[in-house]
Design a protein around this ligand. Structure first.
Ligand SMILES: [Zn+2]
Length: 555
């Protein structure tokens, strides 16, 4: 939801009729003087009289659309519809202007796959798009998977607010996707014409649905002279169905319309999406497939090239179990955030996976460090953090530490304002004592490549006294050295000394803050945290502490 000032009217984007009326009046006048303004900044304390950020009006398909001015995305608040994160850092931003070209009325998509039979470099058989076939730098075009990431992003299916819980059905997803497809072009054709997304299946309407489907497919497949055109399918994977000559792919909502494929396809698909298939079995949710397919004169569809993407129960996309656990924790604690799909970014490229947008004064970029990344990853992440001052950064290495607490939301900060800082400092001190005590009790762990986090049950802290405002505070996470130091007036080097002295004999069992690298040199995480701590001091009055449920979540 956004609020705009259009001429003399204040209208909400929720009120479509009033907004259309106001925009139409303003559009007809057509002068710079009546430029509409987005009033998102007025939501901020002390900014109630903000004049608004200038926007412009486009007239598309008999509708008036309000759009942000070029290069103004970061002037909007993180919660505003017009806000966009720093380009280049996210997979989406990196493709804006090349694979995704936003015009005033139409957005043009540049795919790296063919939409004609026998076109492109690939063979004319069923093919699975694999990671190896994607090269970030040399292919500034949309892969099939990036197309799916784009559709999800454009449809707003990557965004989450607590109010969405229980309301995202396939029908909602379908409506959002169909709305997002409008005003998009791919290979010179309207995306809505070539893209087939199954409508909600109904036994009573199955004949109508089948007729409509065949009509649309036939139009694309035989509409033009020259090369036979392909269509694009976006649907939920259901199963591979055995037939005498091999297997068919069956998708949800289309039980009566299997897709034919080459015999090697099933094996290739299972190999390429092994992780996705396993996670799908473990967490349920939905496995989305995107594919190009041909349609024959006899009414059968054959898969050409396919890719896949995992989404959770709320249709939020995720890459692996670590991302899933962060998304779950955020959903369960009522947070507002946006998932940032990878697009063409390689798995080991530093990129935020999620933006937390309910924080003040800036959003937080959540980096979930993939297993097996090199020092390059950390260098990239730090470069991004030091260059981009429009967000704060949080990172978690699931390979070596328990999930970290999240930054406070605005709501949590409000609640905390009622707590005395002395009490917070007392609890932080308790946490530090506990951390040192725990480290001293731990027997030296045998050396392993990656160090597992200490078991949660190895030390039982004294229960904290309940406060009169309810028990909304947790002790700080053990790995949160920055904030402990900030509150206790202990310098970072002093804290490092305390911890170092505790681990003089064997450092292999401690947390990554004080771990040595494989080359024997101290990792630069400590100075990094100092920089980050300074950034936090500069930018944010409150240290990140999560709400209660997070620590309870399985990792
Ligand atoms: Zn705005």
């Amino acid at each position: 939801m956004a609020v705009y000032k259009v001429a003399d009217y204040i209208v909400s984007s929720d009120d479509e009729i009033a907004l259309q009326e106001a925009l139409a009046g303003s559009y007809d006048l057509g002068t710079e003087d009546v430029r509409p303004r987005c009033l998102c900044r007025r939501e901020e304390p002390g900014n109630e009289n903000h004049e608004g950020i200038p926007m412009y009006i486009a007239h598309v398909n008999d509708k008036y659309v309000i759009k942000r001015m070029p290069n103004s995305a970061q002037e909007h608040t993180a919660a505003c519809d017009s806000y966009e994160f720093e380009t280049g850092m996210t997979g989406y931003g990196a493709l804006l202007g090349s694979a995704i070209q936003e015009g005033p009325e139409v957005t043009t998509l540049k795919p790296d796959y063919s939409l004609t039979e026998g076109g492109g470099r690939g063979p004319s058989v069923s093919e699975v798009e694999t990671e190896r076939s994607e090269v970030e730098a040399s292919s500034p075009k949309l892969t099939l998977r990036s197309t799916l990431h784009y559709l999800w992003t454009a449809a707003g299916l990557t965004k989450w607010i607590p109010g969405f819980a229980g309301k995202r059905t396939w029908k909602t997803v379908l409506n959002l996707l169909n709305a997002a497809v409008k005003n998009k072009e791919i290979k010179g054709t309207a995306l809505g014409e070539v893209l087939y997304i199954p409508e909600t299946y109904s036994l009573e309407r199955k004949d109508d649905i089948a007729l409509g489907r065949v009509g649309r497919m036939r139009k694309i497949a035989s509409g033009d002279t020259g090369k036979k055109r392909l269509m694009l399918l976006v649907a939920e994977f259901k199963e591979f169905k055995a037939i005498p000559s091999g297997h068919n792919l069956v998708v949800e909502q289309m039980p009566d319309f299997p897709f034919l494929m080459d015999e090697n396809f099933k094996g290739d698909f299972e190999k390429a999406f092994k992780l996705e298939r396993e996670l799908h079995k473990q967490f349920a949710g939905h496995l989305m497939v995107i594919a190009t397919f041909s349609f024959s004169r006899v009414g059968t569809a054959t898969l050409k090239k396919t890719s896949a993407m995992l989404v959770d129960d709320h249709w939020l996309p995720y890459e692996d179990d670590a991302e899933k656990s962060v998304i779950d924790a955020l959903v369960n604690t009522g947070r507002t955030f946006e998932v940032l799909p990878r697009f063409n970014k390689k798995w080991d490229t530093a990129r935020p996976s999620i933006f937390l947008t309910d924080t003040s004064p800036k959003p937080w970029a959540l980096y979930i460090i993939p297993q097996g990344v090199t020092d390059d990853y950390h260098a990239q992440r730090l470069a991004q953090a030091s260059k981009n001052l429009s967000y704060m950064d949080w990172h978690w290495d699931p390979g070596s530490e328990s999930i970290k607490h999240f930054p406070y939301s605005r709501e949590e900060e409000k609640r905390l304002d009622t707590q005395s800082w002395d009490e917070i400092a007392r609890r932080e001190k308790l946490a530090l004592d506990q951390r040192v005590a725990e480290a001293l009790r731990e027997p030296p762990a045998p050396h392993t490549e990656r160090t597992a986090p200490p078991p949660a049950t190895s030390f039982q802290p004294e229960p904290l006294p309940a406060t009169d405002k309810g028990d909304i505070l947790e002790v700080a996470p053990l790995s949160n050295a920055i904030h402990t130091a900030d509150l206790l007036d202990v310098t970072h080097s002093e804290e490092k000394e305390i911890l170092d002295s505790a681990f003089d004999d064997d450092r292999s069992g401690v947390e990554p803050d004080v771990l040595e690298s494989e080359h024997g040199k101290p990792r630069d995480l400590l100075p990094v945290q100092t920089e980050e701590a300074e950034k936090i001091d500069r930018e944010s009055p409150a240290p990140p502490v999560a709400s209660d449920d997070v620590s309870q979540l399985p990792i």
